[in-house]
Design a protein around this ligand. Structure first.
Ligand code: TIU
Length: 234
């Protein structure tokens, strides 16, 4: 068992039963010309968390524990994009329109890729999700249960949209969730702060939050044998 100093109290996890879930670290949200910018956001803020995310990803991989990446994305024919999502608001380009990095939020387009610094490695799970939450209309829950995963450590963007939605979905499904404070970001700093606070309020009503250093320290002592989460792979 590993223990991390966290709010509202220490987070205890077994790396062999835990997954690192990296939410939507895609060019569409982090680089100019993508979905985030079409919504009117300053995407500059988000790139600042990449080094901290990289440190955790490398440590998690070195420990041999499971990594999950998600991408917010839609099929090229937009059959999985509800009109309510495509038509909402007044973006400069809508989902499916051609932008400087290809069609906005469409699977396989350059802008939809995970940024190079956090690119998935062979054997890691990649989930394409049409919604904000990682569990809605995806195989994520089944993939985690097949591998005996009970604890999820979250990183990614944006804190109050896809990260918060995914962590709430996970909490309702019975996972113990930790959000790494320096590995998540919002276009709105006050929304990030409010989200962290509301996650761990009321005795951890949604889960825990902590700086990543505790997880890095805990992982230095860990080597998952490779027979645990991998053993139930199809
Ligand atoms: N707009 C915004 O803050 N986020 C999203 O649309 N998606 C994710 O958070 N990934």
């Amino acid at each position: 068992m590993s223990t991390v100093a966290a709010l509202p109290f220490p987070y205890v996890f077994e790396p062999a039963r835990s997954a690192l879930v990296i939410i939507d670290m895609q060019r569409d949200f982090i680089e100019p010309g993508g979905f985030g910018e079409t919504l009117g956001n300053d995407v500059g803020l988000l790139a600042a968390i990449v080094p901290a995310c990289q440190r955790v990803l490398h440590a998690w991989r070195a420990a041999g524990a499971l990594v999950v990446h998600t991408r917010e994305s839609h099929a090229p024919d937009l059959s999985d994009c509800p009109p309510a999502k495509r038509l909402r608001g007044d973006p400069s380009l809508r989902i499916g329109d051609a932008g400087p990095m290809g069609r906005i939020l469409v699977r396989g387009e350059p802008g939809n890729a995970i940024i190079d610094a956090l690119a998935p490695a062979p054997g890691e799970i990649v989930i394409d999700k049409p919604g904000k939450g990682a569990f809605h209309a995806t195989r994520l829950d089944a993939a985690l249960r097949e591998r005996g995963i009970t604890h999820l450590v979250f990183m990614g963007v944006t804190t109050e949209v896809c990260v918060q939605t995914s962590m709430r979905e996970a909490n309702d499904r019975g996972y113990d969730c930790l959000l790494l404070e320096d590995c998540t970001e919002s276009y709105f700093p006050r929304f990030k702060a409010a989200t962290l606070e509301m996650m761990h309020a009321q005795g951890g009503i949604v889960g825990w939050t902590a700086p990543s250093v505790g997880v890095l320290t805990a992982l230095t002592a860990v080597q998952v044998s490779g027979t645990e989460w991998m053993s139930s792979r199809a």
